[in-house]
Design a protein around this ligand. Structure first.
Ligand code: UT7
Length: 334
């Protein structure tokens, strides 16, 4: 006997970002302070990365508290009640506990305690991965509203004496609310991985080493120049693919918001894409440093709050980082 087909959910026409919120830690750290621990200079850091300041979270500012603050603001901006959130997706590479995931605690703290909640591990591309999943889940009818959050306390996982990373990373969180929409506001994702090169951005030890010997706390190391070369080649490629997939020309973009890894990567990608003068290019890296999975929503909020990009305009997002992984999509700004 053939079994009956299973019932399934009914799809939505599209999804879109309904609101955004961010959390920037209170403490602003200039290049001079970072240079006290490494052989470097303010001039070198500005020239090679574009970074002038970053923020480091204090003891009370954790991946969970920062995600919660950003999420509460995103819900208020969207005009969506916490009870209407049916899923929380939290992208992070710096939540230090293996279990439980951070997302269920964020869901509880914002008043969405019954929501499905899980963490996404895709390094600096985590926000774009989570956004793509949220879009698919909303369109499939599996969920109603989704909170997509990127939250990082990178200062916990970097070595302040490592010349290759100490000046680069910063802390913070950004969140968006994704919900159903008659007109699609999140374009098809272009994503992929290259795990053969996983050592290019990786911890230099495992927790097992720390348990079994007196090995030091594992920290994030990066083969900067190799990652730089990969990013400057890959970001324009996947950007063009995401524009094609969404049926948008680069000249139609109100904003270009790539992961804020290095101002030189942002500039080289913007140039390769031949962006129009009216396209705002995100340069939040100057003030925030590289905040990994939080960098794209932080940069989006910065453009919107400065009036540099309009609500309703199209923005191209490109995440790339540890894995190696990448993910890009065109969105309509909230
Ligand atoms: O977020 C995930 C993805 N991450 C990225 O996309 C980051 C990609 N990489 C980068 O952004 C860059 O590689 C860095 C900003 C990390 C480093 O910049 P770079 O221009 O690639 O520096 P480099 O490692 O090639 O070093 C160039 C020179 C060397 O000196 P010589 O051999 O030319 O005399 C280094 O010793 O700069 C020296 N150097 C430094 N000098 C002052 C390296 N690090 C420093 C430093 N301060 N912190």
């Amino acid at each position: 006997m053939t079994a009956n087909a299973l019932r399934t959910t009914r799809g939505q026409a599209g999804s879109r970002i309904l609101g955004i919120g961010v959390y920037r830690p209170a403490r602003v750290v200039g290049n001079e302070e970072v240079c006290a621990r490494i052989d470097s200079s303010d001039a070198w850091i500005r020239r090679r990365s574009g970074i002038v300041t970053r923020r480091f979270a204090g003891d009370e500012e954790t991946v969970i508290t920062m995600a919660t603050e950003a999420s509460v603001k995103a819900l208020a901006h969207a005009g969506v009640d916490a009870a209407a959130v049916s899923m929380v997706l939290l992208a992070s590479m710096s939540h230090l506990e293996q279990a439980p995931a951070a997302a269920p605690q964020v869901a509880h703290l914002i008043g969405s305690g019954a929501a499905a909640a899980t963490d996404i591990g895709a390094g600096c591309a985590g926000f774009c991965h989570a956004l793509a999943l949220a879009d698919s889940l909303v369109r499939s009818g599996s969920v109603g509203h989704v909170l997509v959050v990127g939250s990082e306390k990178m200062s916990d996982i970097i070595d302040p004496e490592d010349r290759g990373t100490a000046f680069l990373f910063g802390d913070g969180a950004g969140a968006v609310v994704v919900g159903p929409a008659e007109t699609p506001g999140i374009g098809p994702v272009v994503w992929g991985s290259d795990g053969e090169r996983h050592r290019l951005i990786a911890h230099d030890g495992s927790w097992r080493d720390t348990r079994d010997s007196s090995a030091p706390w594992p920290v994030l190391r990066m083969a900067g120049p190799d990652v730089f070369r990969w990013a400057t080649r890959r970001v324009p490629e996947v950007s063009r693919q995401a524009l094609d997939a969404a049926g948008i020309d680069a000249t139609d973009l109100a904003a270009f918001i790539p992961h804020q890894a290095n101002a030189r990567i942002v500039d080289s990608a913007a140039k390769a894409l031949g962006l129009a003068p009216h396209t705002a290019v995100a340069r939040d890296i100057v003030e925030s440093g590289n905040t990994s999975a939080a960098s794209i929503p932080l940069a989006m909020d910065s453009l919107l709050s400065q009036g540099a990009a309009p609500s309703g305009g199209h923005a191209l997002l490109v995440g790339f980082g540890a894995g190696l992984v990448h993910a890009a999509q065109v969105v309509t700004l909230p």
